[in-house]
Design a protein around this ligand. Structure first.
Ligand SMILES: [Zn+2]
Length: 451
């Protein structure tokens, strides 16, 4: 049994945090959550309170980073030399992808996931497509790269959903994979499914999920094979969707449908499906996503970095589409920044304020993200849920004087002070307990960039 006494804790279905909450956990699950002022605390004698670990500041549920490509962390600060767009950025990304092997990927992902832990992320959705050796030939263990990512999450102390991506073609028109892209491909969707079937992630911290890289990368007649695998497994299925207008144009030209329309036609959409980005949907696309109860993972700092555009977050929410958040390319790893960008980008677009409540932004960063990754029992500080806690300082230069309800508009990842994942402390006093994050990032990035 572990007990914490949170100065402030944000409990489910509350519009604002609650002061003085006693939180108890056993075997990685919350067993009691008691606001001391509620009069509902019969066993909270002096001894109980004396032994509880004090959590000064605001304690949140675990944050979920629902969209990650771990190796993109090596690109941070290296793609800003000139002009360009998503496509020119992608060329730089491919150069790094060409250099990774299972050992260097483990080191880089461990450091990247430990940075996430420091930022309060207790679960990552790793959208994984770097499957095979440099010439496209499978490793002896064809899931060696995925296994490295699962192990990296274990060593960083966070949970992972490995969203194994099917990636078969270089364009909507079906051009074959070339160059470094050959590392991504399994030949066809059936062989992708056979490989994924053979993978059993090691450890209770990991779940297996599926991904369709995009309508560029999986031919229309093979979409149902991937979706069917995910459906039969009860696994989450993620897909990059309409990040670029060019993808919409190419899909219309090839299939007479938007990417969303094509996915709907092929039976891909459903409640366990998350569309990543959905930056350029039509109103009919939004209606389809809503009708199928398909979620959307917004990645505002990446969409900003890559000049992608602004997704219609308020229209999505109004349609009943669940919203989650991801740091995607890791230009920034800060779920507070992602969350407030959902509101602030909407302000820039509409020149009006007040589109999302603080509680709605919290839900996108916590419970909705965990649900999108297949962890229905995480993201809320409530009895029976996984014991994830993220405590944010309210006495830092950024947060001093900020009311607890305002944290999503003020705090940064640097204000995260304590992180508990499944009842285990991973970050204490702002330091990762097992990983020297800056040193490991420096070494791991240098190993794959040649610096
Ligand atoms: Zn992505």
């Amino acid at each position: 049994m572990t007990r914490w006494l949170a100065e402030q804790a944000w409990l489910p279905d509350r519009a604002a945090p609650t002061p003085d909450v006693l939180i108890e956990a056993e075997d990685g699950r919350f067993t009691a959550v008691t606001p001391l002022a509620s009069g509902d605390a019969p066993h909270t004698g002096v001894e109980v309170l004396a032994e509880a670990v004090r959590l000064p500041g605001l304690t949140l549920p675990g944050l979920a980073n629902a969209h990650s490509h771990a190796f993109h962390r090596a690109l941070r600060g290296r793609t800003h030399g000139g002009q360009g767009d998503f496509w020119s950025w992608r060329d730089v990304m491919y150069a790094v992808a060409g250099r990774l092997d299972p050992d260097s990927y483990l080191a880089l992902a461990r450091a990247a996931y430990a940075e996430m832990a420091l930022a309060g992320v207790t679960c990552v959705g790793e959208f994984h497509y770097l499957h095979h050796g440099p010439d496209g030939r499978p490793y002896d263990d064809p899931n060696a790269m995925g296994a490295a990512l699962v192990e990296a999450a274990a060593q960083a102390g966070i949970r992972i959903t490995l969203l194994d991506a099917c990636y078969l073609t270089a364009s909507v028109a079906g051009e074959p994979l070339a160059g470094v892209q050959r590392r991504f491909g399994d030949g066809d969707a059936r062989r992708w499914a056979d490989r994924v079937d053979g993978f059993r992630p090691a450890g209770p911290h990991a779940l297996r999920g599926a991904a369709i890289h995009s309508v560029r990368a999986v031919p229309a007649d093979q979409l149902a094979t991937v979706a069917g695998w995910a459906y039969r497994q009860g696994a989450p299925l993620h897909v990059h969707l309409s990040e670029q207008p060019a993808e919409n144009d190419a899909c219309r030209a090839a299939h007479g449908r938007t990417p969303t329309g094509l996915l709907a036609d092929r039976g891909v959409l459903g409640p366990d499906v998350t569309a990543v980005h959905a930056t350029h949907p039509t109103s009919a696309d939004l209606a389809l996503l809503a009708e199928h109860r398909t979620g959307v993972c917004l990645c505002p700092t990446t969409e900003r970095d890559l000049a992608d555009g602004i997704g219609p977050a308020r229209l999505m929410a109004d349609a009943g589409i669940p919203l989650s958040l991801g740091s995607d390319s890791h230009a920034v790893v800060d779920l507070f920044e992602e969350a407030r960008a959902v509101e602030l980008d909407e302000r820039l677009r509409t020149r009006r304020r007040g589109h999302f409540t603080a509680a709605a932004l919290r839900d996108a960063a916590t419970v909705s993200g965990h649900a999108a990754l297949g962890w229905a029992d995480a993201g809320r500080i409530a009895v029976g849920e996984r014991a994830d806690l993220v405590t944010v300082r309210l006495d830092s230069p950024r947060t001093a004087g900020v009311p607890p309800v305002g944290v999503f508009f003020a705090a940064t990842a640097a204000d995260v002070d304590q992180v508990v994942v499944d009842g285990r402390q991973v970050v204490r006093d702002g330091r990762h307990l097992t990983v020297d994050v800056p040193a490991e990032l420096r070494t791991a990035v240098a190993a794959v960039t040649g610096d």
